[in-house]
Design a protein around this ligand. Structure first.
Ligand SMILES: [Zn+2]
Ligand SMILES: [Zn+2]
Length: 66
């Protein structure tokens, strides 16, 4: 397995990959203005509509949008 480059920065925006101020718990990305969600388990940024956290694989609940 050589494609381990997909390890995402938990503080990077899931949409534009620009690093955000995750410690400030910004509700949206400053760069692309899209809503940000934070994993309740690891605190990493999760894209809207994601069923699982890309960082710790925790199941995301409460954002069942279609
Ligand atoms: Zn963004
Ligand atoms: Zn997580």
């Amino acid at each position: 397995m050589t494609h381990s480059n997909s390890a995402k920065n938990p503080t990077a925006c899931p949409y534009c990959d620009i690093a955000t101020e995750a410690e400030a718990r910004m509700p949206f990305c400053k760069a692309c203005k899209l809503s940000l969600f934070y994993c309740p388990a690891c605190g990493g940024l999760v894209g809207r509509g994601e069923a699982f956290c890309p960082h710790c694989q925790a199941e995301m609940t409460g954002q069942k949008e279609k």
